[in-house]
Design a protein. Structure first.
Length: 193
């Protein structure tokens, strides 16, 4: 059991028999006789439905102990992503709904941690930043200012805004959570460019 005030993003809870992943947490301090409140955004890991409950800071919630395994992403199969344990070669189908929007960053061969509860995959832990090659964009332009942006399509199919000075074939760093451009990777281009 854990106090609501100790919640953080990525935790997995069981509430009224349902399993939820914590997406957002915001603690609000109370004033005078009003107690504080912990605002959350939760996702039901089985149904994908969002829920935004509020808890009292000292309210006790059931945190689930997860079994974390390092696995390699192999391929997509309909609504599943197929991962393999490198030590046993066991393959596991992880529903795309478990990955959420981060699914678009999967590439064959990626090594990621997959969290299981009672044999069921509940969460795939992505790094905060991923490097991806620009597949399509206008030729680079060097402007007087760095505030001009243009449309680009990455090799993973994601469309985003990048600075004018980035050209096709260059590798950029992207924030996995927001899907926004962070910076251009200097030096060598990613293989296949």
């Amino acid at each position: 059991m854990i106090a609501a005030s100790e919640l953080f993003e990525g935790m997995v809870l069981r509430i009224e028999g349902q399993i939820y992943k914590v997406i957002e947490v915001e603690a609000k301090a109370g004033a005078a006789k009003m107690g504080g409140v912990v605002k959350t955004k939760l996702i039901n890991v089985r149904t994908g439905h969002a829920w935004s409950p509020h808890f009292r800071p000292h309210e006790r919630l059931e945190e689930l102990e997860l079994d974390r395994r390092l696995m390699e992403f192999l391929y997509f199969e309909e609504e599943n992503c197929i991962f393999m344990r490198s030590d046993t070669f066991e393959q596991v189908a992880v529903p795309k709904s478990v990955l959420g929007p981060e699914e678009k960053f999967l590439e064959p061969g990626m090594q990621l941690h997959v969290d299981f509860f009672e044999g069921e995959p509940l969460r795939v832990a992505f790094p905060d930043v991923i490097e991806v090659r620009v597949a399509e964009t206008a030729p680079p332009e060097h402007a007087q200012q760095d505030t001009a942006w243009k449309d680009a399509k990455l090799e993973n199919g994601l469309n985003l805004q990048i600075p004018m000075f980035v050209g096709p074939g260059e590798v950029v760093r992207v924030d996995v959570k927001t899907g926004h451009y962070l910076e251009r990777v200097r030096g060598e281009r990613k293989r296949g460019a």
